[in-house]
Design a protein around this ligand. Structure first.
Ligand code: PEP
Length: 251
């Protein structure tokens, strides 16, 4: 079965409710027009309700930027998978490098989030990536293997088919520096090989691996032409209709 490309927009801590609704309403018909690919936007928590309501009936997916592993309780500042389900939010970005680096989220915590999301039927968009220092020290593959091993601990083969992996080299996020298509393809092929070794060939073939890090209208086509790149996780360029719709329409 061919992997359906996924173009995901991470709005981070941007956009008011009104701005988010306007952007989502513009994007919904574009998502509907391209049935060979999936599109997701991840608004800040404040806009989730309004955005899901605004795009109801369209194929545009709405995701969250994080999710807790518990259903409810004393977890100040967190959002529960059940609360997301209540809003018909079907996907959750987990382990974004900003969560790891700024907020100190560990592989262990990220693993709990992934397991919690899966338990509640949410699709985890599980982010991994090396820093510039790690790349320069030739540690890229070791770091990614560790993040995958720890972050996906306890995920079974069946569950793994619904996990989306986003490879986001930290040095390419928000910096304007994109990995070359060759660099990205090399890492994506490595991740797929690792999935085959850890799980099986079938899982490796089915799991979607997105690239993220300064994806723009100018580089999306070349990246998407790589055999192991199954989509993009987009930050800055996902905030404007013109740029994100062009990315959705990659050829
Ligand atoms: C991101 O936030 O996941 C990201 C890749 O950001 P940008 O596209 O701005 O580099």
């Amino acid at each position: 079965m061919a992997r359906k490309p996924l173009i995901a927009g991470n709005w981070k801590m941007h956009l008011t409710v009104a701005q988010g609704v306007e952007l989502a309403e513009q994007l919904a018909p574009v998502a509907d027009a391209y049935s060979d690919r999936e599109v997701m936007v991840a608004p800040p928590f404040t806009a989730l309700h309004a955005v899901t309501a605004a795009v109801k009936g369209s194929k545009l997916h709405v995701g969250s930027q994080n999710v807790c592993w518990e259903k409810q309780g004393a977890f100040t500042g967190e959002i529960s998978p059940v609360m997301l389900q209540d809003l018909h939010v079907g996907m959750a970005i987990i382990g974004h490098s900003e969560r790891r680096q700024i907020f100190g989220e560990s592989d262990e915590m990220i693993n709990k989030r992934v397991l919690g999301a899966l338990e509640h039927g949410l699709v985890p968009v599980f982010c991994i990536g090396e820093t510039l220092e790690e790349r320069e020290a030739d540690k890229t593959f070791t770091v990614l293997e560790q993040q995958i091993t720890d972050g996906l601990q306890g995920v079974n083969e069946k569950q793994m088919e619904s996990v989306v992996i986003a490879y986001e080299p930290v040095w390419a996020i928000g910096t304007g520096k994109t990995a070359t298509k060759e660099q990205a393809q090399e890492v994506h092929a490595f991740i797929r090989q690792l999935l085959e070794e850890k799980m099986n060939k079938n899982v490796a073939k089915r799991v979607r691996i997105l690239y993220g890090g300064s994806v723009k209208p100018e580089n999306v086509d070349a990246l998407m032409a790589q055999p192991d790149i199954d989509g993009a996780l987009v930050g800055g360029a996902a905030l404007q209709f013109e740029s994100f719709s062009r990315i959705i329409k990659f050829t």
